[in-house]
Structure formats: structure tokens, C-alpha cells
Design a binder for this molecule. Structure first.
Ligand code: EPU
Length: 296
């Protein structure tokens, strides 16, 4: 372990050394972070980022761990989490929602639908934080988060803060130009609609999702991006790979693009299962699958 004193001088209250990361991820696997840091304001965050930069300490940001595979050995350096309320605000004014990067996407959807603002409801049931959703441009066939984003403020790996307007942002399928270390906040321009209609539409979408994907209380995650014009889940299903296991990790019987981690599963089980599926799909169907999940 590094010299904690100088790196975190005056910031010890926000640092937890050797913090197990498994409970912070949906798969519940993976080892500890050398330092787990939950800043309580932007100044503390900036100080940590700048000191890590000066001392060449690796630094990563954890959202809600729903799209993440942490290695069994854990990770060196700092893992940041924006769980403090300072980073999780949700403010709605007219047709604009201004939200912190640490806010849960689900909370933002609920708040906007309640206020009769349409747009984000098509993302219902997608786990994760606003920062994570923007970074990977989370979406469904009905739309993605990028199309509603009109502004975002980020902190770079140097600790600089920049605000980007809509015209400077780029979003594509599960891709965005918001790839800096931290997304501090974002603004969404939404559309006024009758809250009852909106709620009905959201519920419908929720029912479809629930019927077609593993339930949110399973230790499950979506693994691959859809190759152009195809569904990764359908390809995996067609190749007869549903139910394939490595250790306690299994390809979901409900949807082929999800891995479910059983009791006692390790990160290595999941990683090997991903490789096996990728290899077999390339061999049998000639398609190279690319992972959607972040692998640390
Ligand atoms: N299908 C199968 N077997 C399977 C899974 C799917 O035959 O095991 C078939 C379905 O019956 C359907 C087609 O494949 O005819 C497409 O399936 P689905 O509607 O589930 O869509 P998808 O392409 O597999 C994408 C997104 C999901 C999003 C849904 C609905 C990706 C990787 N997946 O899935 O998003 O919820 O559309 O909009 O882009 C995610 O990105 O993490 C994610 C889950």
C-alpha cells in the first residue's frame, strides 16, 4: 500500500483503504480497491484527482456497478464513488432536468415522469447512475439518453472542470464523447406530456423489459454490444449457448446476452464465460462480439 498520509492528507474521512468492491457491483464479485474514496464535495474530489495525477496513482470511477466486472485480485489505486448527496441532486424546472452525475437513472426517470416530462421513460429499468448512463449512452430500441442531453459538466483526469454544450457532445450506439474521469452533472431537455399517459407508457415498457430480460434482483448483467443490425442475445441463443456455464457463472436462459452469477461465482468464472461465448460465436457464426460491460 502507498503512503496514505501525503496522498490523502486532510481527506482521511472520505477514504477507506482495502474496501471490498464485490458488494458495490451487481455481479457481487471482485476483490478490493486499494483506496475507496467518496468525496463529499467537488473541491475534495478535485484534490484527490489532482494528487493522484501528480503521484501517478491509478484512478477509476465506480457508478452503481451494474455494468462492471472487477477482477478477483481487486484494483490498485483509487476507486471514486459519487455517492454523496452533493453529486446526486435532481432539479426540475420547466422542461429541463438538471441532475448530478451520481444520481440514479431510475430516480431521474421517476422524477421527470411525475412532473410530466417525457423522454427518459423509455430507459425505464436500466440500472446505473447518470454518469454511467451518459458515458455508455445507455438506451433501448426506443431511444437513448444522449438524445435528451443538452449539457454536461465533467472533471478530467487532470482535475479540470469543463462544461460541454449539446453541439460539442457526440452520442452513438453505446458510445459517447463523455469519456472523462467524472461526469459531475448533466442537463436534459425534455418534452411536456400528460403524466398519466406517460406513466402508462413507462409501465408498458417496464412489463416488456421484465418479460424479456433476467429480473433486476438477480446477479445478472448484459455482456455484449449488439453487432450492427443484429441482436447479440439472439446470436447466442441461435448458437445454442444459453445455459452454458463456467464455474458458477451461467448464460441466462431468459436472454442470451445476460450472464447470471450464482452463489460462489468468481470474476474469473464470468471472464472465462465471456471469452468462451465470444470464441464460439466467432467460430460458429463468423461474428466478432464486442463487450458492453466494463472490465477493470
Ligand atoms: N432473442 C432471442 N433469444 C434471446 C434474446 C433475444 O431469440 O435469448 C430475440 C428476441 O426474441 C427478439 C430479438 O432477439 O426477436 C431482439 O431481442 P431484444 O428485443 O431483447 O433486444 P436486444 O437486441 O437483445 C437490445 C438492447 C437492450 C434493450 C433491448 C430492448 C443491446 C446490447 N441490447 O437488446 O439493452 O433493453 O434492445 O430495447 O443493445 C443493454 O444494452 O444493456 C440492454 C439490455
Amino acid at each position: 500500500m502507498r503512503e496514505v498520509k501525503s496522498l490523502f492528507d486532510g481527506l482521511q474521512h472520505i477514504v477507506r483503504p482495502d474496501e471490498p468492491l464485490a458488494p458495490h457491483t451487481w455481479f457481487h464479485v471482485g476483490g478490493p480497491a486499494e483506496y475507496f474514496v467518496e468525496p463529499s464535495n467537488t473541491e475534495e474530489l478535485q484534490t484527490v484527482v489532482q494528487r493522484c495525477q501528480e503521484s501517478s496513482v491509478p484512478i477509476r470511477t465506480l457508478g452503481s456497478g451494474s455494468n462492471l466486472l472487477v477482477p478477483d485480485a481487486g484494483v490498485d489505486g483509487v476507486v471514486l464513488r459519487l455517492s454523496h448527496e452533493h453529486f446526486c441532486s435532481i432539479e426540475i424546472q420547466d422542461d429541463l432536468a438538471r441532475v448530478g452525475g451520481g444520481a440514479k437513472l431510475g430516480h431521474v426517470i421517476t422524477a421527470s415522469v411525475r412532473d410530466g416530462l417525457a423522454g427518459l421513460e423509455s430507459l425505464v429499468g436500466i440500472p446505473g447512475t447518470i454518469g454511467g448512463a451518459l458515458n455508455g449512452n445507455a438506451g433501448t430500441r426506443a431511444g437513448d439518453i444522449g438524445q435528451w442531453t443538452c449539457q454536461a459538466t465533467v472533471m478530467t483526469r487532470l482535475g479540470e472542470i469543463h462544461t460541454r454544450q449539446k453541439e460539442d457532445l457526440f452520442f452513438a450506439y453505446r458510445q459517447s464523447s463523455l469519456d472523462e474521469l467524472v461526469i459531475l452533472d448533466a442537463m436534459f431537455q425534455l418534452e411536456r406530456e400528460n403524466p398519466e399517459e406517460l406513466t402508462k407508457r413507462m409501465q408498458k415498457q417496464w412489463i416488456v423489459k421484465n418479460a424479456n430480460q433476467p429480473s433486476a434482483n438477480q446477479r445478472a448483467g448484459c455482456i455484449f454490444k449488439n453487432p450492427r443490425g443484429m441482436s447479440a442475445g439472439m446470436l447466442i441463443d441461435q448458437a445454442g449457448l444459453k445455459g452454458t456455464r463456467v464455474g458458477q457463472a451461467e448464460i441466462s436462459e431468459v436472454h442470451g446476452n445476460f450472464i447470471v452469477a450464482g452463489e460462489g461465482a468468481t470474476s474469473e468464472d464470468i471472464r472465462q464465460l465471456i471469452e468462451q461465448v465470444r470464441h464460439r460465436i466467432a467460430e460458429r457464426l463468423g461474428v466478432e462480439l464486442e463487450t458492453e460491460i466494463n472490465i477493470w
